[in-house]
Design a protein around this ligand. Sequence first.
Ligand code: CAA
Length: 405
Amino acid sequence: MIPSLSQLTAEQREIQQAARDFAQAEIAPHTASWDRDAHFEPSLVQKLGELGFLGMLVPEAYDGLGLDTLSYLVALEEISAVDASVAVMVSVHNSLPTQMILRWGTDEQKDRYLRPLARGEKLGAFALSEPDAGSDAAAMTTQAVRDGDCWVLNGTKAWVTSGTHAGVILAMARTDRPDNRRGARGISTFIVTPDMPGFRIGKKEDKMGLRASPTVQLVFDNLRVPAANLLGEEGHGFSYAMMSLDNGRLGIAAQAIGIARAALEHSLAYAAERRQFGKPIADFEAIQFKLADMAKGVAAARALLHATAGAKDRGESVTLPAAMSKLLASETAMSVTREAVQIFGGYGYVTDYPVERLFRDAKVTEIYEGTSEIQRVVIARQLYAVSGSPAHTASHATSPLANGD
Ligand code: CAA
């Protein structure tokens, strides 16, 4: 276990230990086979729910644990260090759908959808991207048209994590008219459930990594969504999605750190055991330098993420540090797992050891919830927002680099 620089409270350490124990007992024995078979285990959702891991950020008043952000992130790192596929399910569920309903939902929506999500009776998903709208999320074309007491949605959402098993999906669609397009301001958010007429699960992706986490397209074919399931205000859905992704990116950073940490721990153990030229390979500087750089990366990514968690709980805007945390953590996960495979040599390239899976799992953290290139766009815009440059700035930015001076 690589020590953390953060001073965790007794309660945070308890949560961390509970997540570690759960992951070791309930997940670790299956990680390799679930990855090989691209198997999603529904019973795991129930077990995670019973322990509160699917309502970590939801207040107790709505059946959650009401934890602080750092507790949530250390738990997520523990789960990810054992199985990043399970971690992304937990991250998306906690960071996106539950937080969106908590923040913008009506009392009725909270009773009907947030409580079962927080108890883990239903799994949550987030449907923003489309086959032709990825980084340019506002270019989505899924159309919602009001028809009496319903909205009728037509279109295809893509890359939906947990989409095969989700009971509550927060879906973004256009509510502006084709003859009066309003860009990002023409998008609204809907609470969709799979029992609504016109809902269909589409193509299931066959992925390089995170194979135990199902990723699918969702097809809305005259999908009838009750008007009461519009989330918040019409036309605000894109901003809701962006604000939620600020939280989501913290979860993905924790997931990436878990992957990197696991790769480092496996590498440390292997380098101490593996003998070449008459001594353990850990005695060679070439290997020591790799291990040192890997540990430095994990520590730095974790320190930035934990500082960002504190800023979030103080109510500060985290658009900038969340993008930086996700960027640093995901690039660290990629470089650490690449070096882990190198330390294992041929054994790192086969499925007998876990670093091969960790290397594959790491890659997507540089892609989803905003590619590394998009994180750099977000960071640069935030920097310009602070400096007051006339360059394209994010209007919501409020001195994200402010440090009390
Ligand atoms: N917080 C609050 N509001 C925000 C915001 C934020 N972080 N970012 C943007 N907005 C608001 C802006 O203020 C603006 O509002 P107004 O019109 O009222 O002024 C509106 O949103 C549009 O903003 P931009 O002009 O900046 O929008 P853009 O079209 O230039 O796009 C972008 C900005 C950063 C590139 C954005 O499209 C983006 O983040 N793209 C990446 C998409 C992404 O992360 N997808 C992940 C898919 S989900 C996933 O992967 C989950 C999973 O299952 C694992």
